[in-house]
Ligand binder design. Structure first.
Ligand SMILES: Cc1cc2nc3c(=O)[nH]c(=O)nc-3n(C[C@H](O)[C@H](O)[C@H](O)COP(=O)(O)OP(=O)(O)OC[C@H]3O[C@@H](n4cnc5c(N)ncnc54)[C@H](O)[C@@H]3O)c2cc1C
Length: 376
C-alpha cells in the first residue's frame, strides 16, 4: 500500500529517453498552470485558448515533426502527455485534447498533403482551429462499418449527404473530420475521409445533447444536406478511409488507456488515504490497476517498436476503461462513507469515467476485435 501511495513504480523502457524526467516535470507544471484551473471552472472550457497555452509551452505537438508545426519530441513523449491528462480532474479536457491532438491531427499528419498540413495541422497545433471527429451515425455507433453517409464525385469535388450523431466538440469545432461511404467501391475499401470547415454551405448542427459525463465536452449532431466540398478537403486515398480509420483507432485506444489507468490511480490513491486498514477490495483494485498498466505499457511498447498491437490495444482499452469506472465508483462510495467534501468531484469523475468505454467502440466491439485479431 505504501509503495502504491508513493507512486514509485518502475518506469517502462520507452520513458527512459534523455530529458524524460524534465519533460514529465514540465508537463505537470504546465497542466497545473493551465489545465487545472480550466478543469475546476464551471464555465465552458475555451479549448482554443488551452491548446494555444499548451503550444506556448511546446506541449501541443510532441508527436509531430518540427516541419509540420510540432516539437519533434516523438511518440513516447506524446504517450507521457496522454497519461498525464488522467491527472486532470476533468474527463472533458482529457477527451477534447485527445480528439484534437491524438485522433484527428495524426490523420492529417499521416495522410495530409503539404497544403493540408499548412491549412489544418499547423493551425490546429497552435490552437487557431479546433477539430472534431465525426464518425458515429444513428445506425452506426459501435459498428462503424455500417455507416450510411455518402460521398459522390461531383466535378472538382464531392457531394456529401448524411447525418453524424453525438459528435464531441462539434458545436465548438472549426473543422470536422468526416468519414463517408463510396457507392461504387467494395468493402472494406469503400470509405473516404474529409476535413470539412464548419462554414461550408450544407453543413448544419443539431442541438447540444444533455450530458451524463464529460459535460465540458459537448456533443452535437452534424448534418450534411447535399453539401459540396472541393477535392482539396479530401484526406487520404478514396477507398482507404475505413482502413486508415481502424489503424488510427488502435493508436487512440492505447493513448486513452494510458489516461484511464491514470484516472484509476488518482481515484485509488484518494481511496487509500481514507482506509485505516488494508481494505480487501482496494487491494484487489490496486492489483488490477497494476495489471492494466502493464498491459497498456506493453501495447505502447509494441506500437513504438512497429510491432503488432491491434489486439493489445483493444484488450488494454477494454480493461482500463472498465477499471476506471469501477475504481471511481468504489472511491465515491468510500467518500460518502467518510462524508468527504470530495463527493461532488468524485461524482463528476464517475460520470466522466463511464465514457472511456464509449469512445472508439463499445466493450463488445473491443471483445470482437480481440477475438478476430486472435482468430478465436
Ligand atoms: C459522450 C459521448 C461522446 C461521443 N463523441 C463522439 C465523437 O466525438 N465522435 C463520434 O464519431 N462518435 C461519438 N460518440 C458516439 C459513440 O462513439 C457511440 O455512442 C458508440 O460508438 C456506441 O454506439 P451507439 O451509441 O450507437 O450504441 P450501440 O453500438 O448501438 O450500442 C448499444 C448497446 O449495445 C451494446 N452492443 C454494441 N455492439 C454489440 C454487440 N456486437 N454485441 C452485444 N452488444 C453490443 C453496447 O455495449 C451498448 O450497450 C459519442 C458518444 C457519447 C455518449
Amino acid at each position: 500500500m505504501n509503495q502504491f501511495l508513493s507512486g514509485k513504480y518502475p518506469v517502462p523502457a520507452f520513458w527512459k529517453f534523455g530529458g524524460a524526467e524534465q519533460l514529465r516535470a514540465h508537463i505537470n507544471k504546465t497542466f497545473d498552470r493551465f489545465l487545472l484551473p480550466a478543469a475546476l471552472a464551471t464555465t465552458q472550457c475555451n479549448y482554443h485558448q488551452l491548446i494555444a497555452e499548451l503550444h506556448s509551452e511546446q506541449l501541443s505537438g510532441l508527436r509531430y515533426s518540427k516541419e509540420k508545426g510540432g516539437t519533434g519530441a516523438g511518440l513516447a513523449a506524446q504517450a507521457m502527455f496522454a497519461e498525464s491528462l488522467g491527472q486532470i480532474p476533468s474527463g472533458s479536457i482529457g477527451m477534447a485534447l485527445t480528439i484534437h491532438l491524438d485522433m484527428v491531427a495524426p490523420f492529417i499528419d499521416q495522410y495530409g498533403s503539404p497544403e493540408q498540413i499548412e491549412r489544418f495541422l499547423m493551425p490546429a497545433l497552435r490552437g487557431d482551429i479546433l477539430l472534431s471527429h465525426a464518425v458515429s451515425e444513428p445506425g452506426a455507433g459501435s459498428d462503424v462499418t455500417n455507416l450510411a453517409t455518402t460521398a459522390t464525385r461531383d466535378g472538382a469535388g464531392w457531394r456529401i449527404s448524411g447525418h453524424k450523431t453525438m459528435i464531441s466538440l462539434a458545436s465548438l469545432a472549426d473543422v470536422h473530420f468526416v468519414i463517408a461511404r463510396l457507392a461504387d467501391y467494395r468493402a472494406p475499401f469503400n470509405m473516404v475521409n474529409f476535413l470539412i470547415p464548419k462554414d461550408t454551405p450544407g453543413l448544419r448542427l443539431g442541438d447540444v445533447w444533455p450530458a451524463l459525463g464529460n459535460a465540458q465536452c459537448p456533443i452535437t449532431d452534424v448534418f450534411f444536406d447535399d453539401l459540396w466540398i472541393g477535392d482539396d478537403c479530401r484526406l487520404g486515398m478514396p477507398g482507404m478511409g475505413m482502413i486508415n480509420q481502424l489503424q488510427q483507432f488502435a493508436q487512440e485506444r492505447v493513448l486513452s488507456s494510458l489516461r484511464a489507468n491514470q484516472v484509476t490511480y488518482q481515484c485509488l490513491a484518494r481511496a487509500a488515504q481514507w482506509t485505516s486498514k488494508l481494505d480487501k477490495q482496494l487491494q484487489i483494485l490496486i492489483a488490477e490497476w497494476q495489471a492494466s498498466r502493464a498491459l497498456t505499457y506493453k501495447a505502447m511498447q509494441c506500437w513504438l517498436a512497429n510491432g503488432e498491437y491491434l489486439s493489445l490495444s483493444s484488450s488494454s482499452k477494454f480493461i482500463s476503461s472498465r477499471l476506471a469506472r469501477r475504481a471511481s465508483l468504489f472511491t465515491l462510495d468510500l467518500a460518502r462513507q467518510h462524508s468527504s467534501d470530495d463527493i461532488k468531484n468524485l461524482q463528476t469523475c464517475v460520470g466522466d469515467a463511464r465514457l472511456f468505454s464509449i469512445s472508439t467502440g463499445s466493450d463488445e466491439m473491443m471483445l470482437k476485435s480481440i477475438a478476430s485479431a486472435e482468430k478465436y
